[in-house]
Design a protein around this ligand. Structure first.
Ligand code: GLY
Length: 394
């Protein structure tokens, strides 16, 4: 395995300077503002209705059924709100979403793709870990089976999307790093090593294919379905095949951190340093990433606040023995501080989004929007600062 180069972190002072502004009072005020928007959302999203992946131009999430890849983020936000406040209303609403996820699995509504962690980890695993709900555990394990069943021997990876073996979908994607914790959790619960073995093999294949020698990343990587030979990196949501999609890079910053932590094995940490330093070094003047890392100030392109929120969650989990530990902690705080200062107030009173200025899929909607996953990770970071023992899907 040839490791990518690791850039030296540029301009470290800016991270330390901004981090100083994230006081406990500021975090508390940000949390209170976030809870108000969640309360507002709870009036709309209930009884099996969820917020969509992205907002309308007024920063209100249209209502959707539980059938996509993002509905678990709403469940996760409710579980966080319950733990942060102890208020039963959040637990009741979260449990209602768990019932919806059970129904979705029973009816087999779009449950055969890789995002089982985002869906069932943030709903059913959280429910089990927080309340001991055995039925939620049972359905989380079913979702882990669905994820593990997507493993392809030829190529040694988990196929993200589409019909198994279909040549136009015979690929892994960087986002899947975030779903591997479901497999580690399933081994923990059942003692069955198959889940962990698949996760580890997929992780190694991802490290070898999707991270370029300079520490930037491809979004997806194709294999030959006949031979399993490695074919080529291709983007799905980035600007170009050879650019670096910001959220993809941040999925790696957080996903690798969670996966190494779960394995208790940091032998491949140099990959994390490489992708993380690339992400931080391309942060613009207000620190919040443009939607693809080839863009910066003056490009006229939008940011993607979700990418910076996700990266902050990964940075927070750096360990004291890591190189540049203090800087990574400062960077996490600085990112959250800039999100609070610059991206939580553009929305109107009626908004149900916590953050403005996300981008889900620029080629489909090239204008700033709220993203439910950006909101989730922003809230997760605040939750972890305010209540360090908060239970997360990890
Ligand atoms: N495909 C998941 C994402 O938009 O990050």
């Amino acid at each position: 395995m040839t490791q990518p180069v690791c850039e030296t972190l540029k301009n470290p002072e800016r991270w330390f300077e901004k981090a100083k502004e994230l006081t406990p009072e500021k975090m508390k005020a940000a949390l209170d503002a976030a809870l108000l928007r969640i309360d507002h959302g709870m009036e709309l999203y209930k009884g099996g209705v969820f917020p969509s992946a992205t907002t309308d131009p007024l920063y209100i999430y249209p209502e959707t059924e539980n059938k996509g890849w993002t509905e678990g983020f709403w469940s996760g936000m409710l579980w966080l709100a319950y733990q942060l406040t102890g208020q039963q209303k959040y637990r009741t609403a979260a449990e209602e979403t768990v019932a919806s996820f059970i129904d979705r699995m029973d009816k087999q509504i779009n449950v055969h793709f890789h995002d089982m962690g985002f869906l069932y980890g943030l709903s059913c695993v959280m429910a089990y870990e927080i309340t001991g709900d055995e039925r939620a555990k049972e359905y989380a394990l079913k979702s882990a089976d669905n994820l593990a069943d997507r493993f392809q021997e030829k190529g040694q990876f988990i196929q993200a999307w589409g019909e198994m073996n279909a040549p136009d979908n015979y690929r892994l994607i960087i986002d899947c790093l975030m779903n591997l914790p479901l497999l580690f959790w399933a081994t923990e619960q059942t003692g069955k090593q198959r889940y962990t073995e698949i996760a580890k093999i997929h992780l190694d294949t991802t490290l070898e294919t999707i991270i370029r020698p300079d520490g930037t990343t491809f979004h997806t990587f194709f294999f030959d379905p006949e031979t399993g030979a490695r074919a080529k990196g291709v983007t799905a949501q980035g600007y170009a095949d050879d650019s670096c999609w910001a959220r993809g890079q941040s999925w790696a910053v957080y996903g690798l951190m969670m996966d190494f932590e779960r394995m208790g094995d940091y032998s491949k940490l140099p990959y994390w340093y490489s992708v993380t330093n690339v992400f931080l070094n391309r942060s613009p003047s207000d620190l919040i990433a443009y939607w693809d890392l080839i863009f910066t100030d003056g490009s006229g392109h939008p940011r993607d606040t979700s990418a910076s929120a996700i990266a902050a969650c990964g940075l927070m989990r750096a360990k004291p023995e890591f190189e540049n530990y203090e800087l990574y902690q400062a960077a996490a705080k600085a990112l959250i501080c800039s999100l609070i200062d610059n991206y939580t107030t553009a929305q109107g009173e009626e908004s149900t989004a916590l953050l403005s200025d996300g981008i889900c899929h620029w080629k489909r909607v090239p204008t700033p929007e709220g993203t439910i996953f950006g909101d989730y990770y922003y809230l997760e970071a605040l939750a972890k600062y305010i209540k360090p023992d908060v239970i997360l899907f990890r």
